[in-house]
Ligand binder design. Structure first.
Ligand code: FAD
Ligand code: DLZ
Ligand code: SF4
Length: 519
């Protein structure tokens, strides 16, 4: 290398050969910097499997880049001189390589963007921050879409993404004549439903080394590594996609909301950890799903439902994050202040739906959407848990969690902490919903049919407690009019009994010990 090189830091969720920071670079005057830093593992105490997944995927990606002719400076967690932070490692590397400039793809998280904004001054070099072209909708386009609108509903944005990508379009018209097939999806599970076993990958030597490292350094974090089977290479992620398309996609939509104790993953794709860290391209994934429909192997309702999650929800969520940060992180429209209870970490609760979801989360760093939204999220909403603490929990425990995607889902979709910017109505539900969608209630210590008293499913009284205590904020929401009318029609005694039952349950919640989520 004759010229002073440009330094290209690549972060743990930028593991894509076509990443924008490398697109215009030549290998002979570029040094790629990859950094394993303690700060990223500990700013919230991530699940051990999440750390192992990211570090192993980073190590494999560094090898992939080297094989492609790139010079990679890889700072391992155990390197003696490792300072433990992105900024200090960039500073050290800029000096070590006598870099003439820095080029980087914009990060996923606000926190890291603030760090990057300080790099030019810290290093005395020009820092070029490029857009992340792995998303369909560049952020400036999202801001332009949002600017003239009073209501930022996902459905309208999604239709634009369909037109823009051409996915499931027949000319100007949506395939099948409709944009959204949700009405045909989301049934409860019939007896005997038997989803296929999830595909897992046996750890190779790199992953085994990383697992040992994570056990040694972060063994006190939530979760275990005994079942680690996530894909950590592009080839494995591709194999997972193929398996999903063949075995799960055709029934994805129909059982999208169903939950079974013996099938933690149901017909879900399990692709979010690989998509979010860059091992799979989201639009490629959607094109492959569309091909299954076009070739008659999967029904349109399932394929449309799946594609909507990716080019609709995923893109919209990311746009809303950047539009509303930093305020989104402290939003608390419903003034919820109760601490996250200890059983969110231990799973030690007679509420079987929560015990099952926490167990799955601990074992796999994964729970599917409805477990996240309608079990954990719904419990947090109804019990009035503090949104910042809930966000820390979700960010720490899931292998696919980065703040850009976790926070809008928690603050906006699950907790209504944003006052309804993301979802026009809170996703509040009583035990009847969980009973309809799962097999959890049959074996629960609580009785889902009872409304009040110590044996009653806590969700039942909590649902009314939530509506009652938030009547001044939610009472005029037309989508809650029927629920409030039902509440008002109840006798005063019944209402008092219900509120007392909820209060008695809330009194039993033990706040989580300090140190689970943050040091
Ligand atoms: P599938 O259900 O098979 O869906 C396919 C793909 O669609 C996913 O891989 C994902 O890329 C995308 N997708 C689906 N729903 C969403 C959504 N609401 N937002 C963004 N993308 C979506 N997703 C994350 O990737 N990271 C998170 O940290 C995260 N936190 C969440 C927290 C809460 C409270 C809720 C309600 C949802 C959260 N989600 C998060 C969204 C969703 O639950 C996960 O994307 C999904 O469970 C991932 O599993 P899967 O790949 O099997 O998804
Ligand atoms: C989540 C994570 C962890 C645990 N460790 C690292 C790391 O050591 N090095 C790295 O580059 N990235 C890591 N990440 C992912 C980053 O937190 C992520 O890239 C930023 O939050 C930006 O989205
Ligand atoms: Fe959950 Fe209530 Fe069903 Fe028990 S009865 S599993 S607490 S919904």
């Amino acid at each position: 290398m004759t010229k002073r090189p440009v330094l290209v830091p690549i972060l743990g969720d930028q593991l894509t050969p076509a990443i924008s920071s490398l697109a215009d670079r030549k290998s002979d005057d570029t040094v790629v910097l990859m950094m394993e830093v303690a700060e990223e593992a500990g700013y919230v105490r991530h699940h051990q499997a999440k750390i192992a997944l990211i570090l192993s995927a980073m190590r494999h990606f560094a090898d992939e880049l080297r094989a492609g002719g790139w010079r990679v400076d890889y700072i391992a967690l155990d390197d003696r001189a490792n300072t433990g932070t992105f900024t200090d490692e960039v500073l050290r590397a800029a000096k070590r390589h006598d870099a003439r400039g820095i080029q980087v793809t914009e990060p996923g998280e606000w926190r890291v963007r603030r760090m990057m904004d300080g790099w030019a001054q810290a290093c005395g070099l020009r820092v070029r921050v490029l857009g992340d072209t792995r998303f369909v909708c560049p952020l400036p386009d999202f801001y332009a879409w949002a600017a003239p609108r009073r209501e930022l509903r996902m459905e309208w944005f999604y239709r634009d993404m369909r037109r823009h990508t051409g996915l499931l379009m027949d000319g100007e018209e949506p395939a099948g004549g409709r944009w959204n097939f949700d009405a045909e999806n989301r049934s409860g599970p019939p007896p005997g439903l038997n989803p296929p076993a999830p595909m897992t990958f046996v750890p190779d030597a790199i992953t085994r080394d990383v697992i040992d490292l994570v056990r040694a350094r972060f063994g006190h974090h939530f979760g275990n590594l005994d079942h680690f089977g996530w894909p950590v290479t592009r080839a494995d992620a591709q194999a997972l996609l193929e398996r999903f398309l063949a075995e799960r996609l055709p029934l994805f939509g129909q059982w999208q909301d169903a939950m079974l104790s013996d099938h933690d993953t149901m017909f879900h794709a399990l692709l979010s950890p690989a998509i979010n860290c860059g091992l799979l391209d989201p639009v490629d994934v959607c094109r492959r799903a569309e091909a299954e429909y076009r070739e008659g192997r999967a029904p349109l309702a399932a394929v449309e439902g799946f594609i909507r999650q990716i080019i609709g929800w995923r893109e919209y969520i990311r746009g809303m994050y950047w539009l509303d940060m930093p305020g989104m992180a402290s939003a608390n429209e419903l003034n919820a202040t109760r601490p996250v209870p200890e059983f969110w970490w231990t799973g030690d609760t007679p509420m079987r739906c929560i015990a099952q979801t926490v167990r799955a989360t601990r074992d796999n760093a994964y729970a599917h959407h409805i477990q996240r939204l309608m079990v954990m999220g719904n419990f947090a909403l109804l019990s009035g848990l503090d949104p910042a603490q809930v966000a820390d929990w979700f960010l720490a425990v899931y292998a696919d969690a980065y703040e850009w995607v976790e926070l809008p889902n928690v603050a906006g979709m699950a907790l209504h902490a944003d006052g309804g910017r993301l979802a026009s109505k809170p996703y509040a539900a009583s035990g009847a919903y969980i009973s309809r969608m799962s097999d959890y209630c049959g074996d629960c210590a609580y009785n889902v049919k009872l409304k009040t008293g110590p044996q009653a499913c806590p969700f039942n009284a909590l649902y009314w407690h939530f509506l009652d205590r938030n009547a001044s904020r939610l009472g005029r929401n037309p989508r809650l009019a029927t629920a409030y009318a039902t509440w008002r029609r109840m006798s005063e005694d019944k209402r008092a009994d219900t509120l007392a039952s909820a209060e008695a349950f809330l009194m039993t919640l033990e706040p989580a010990a300090p140190g689970w989520a943050r040091a």
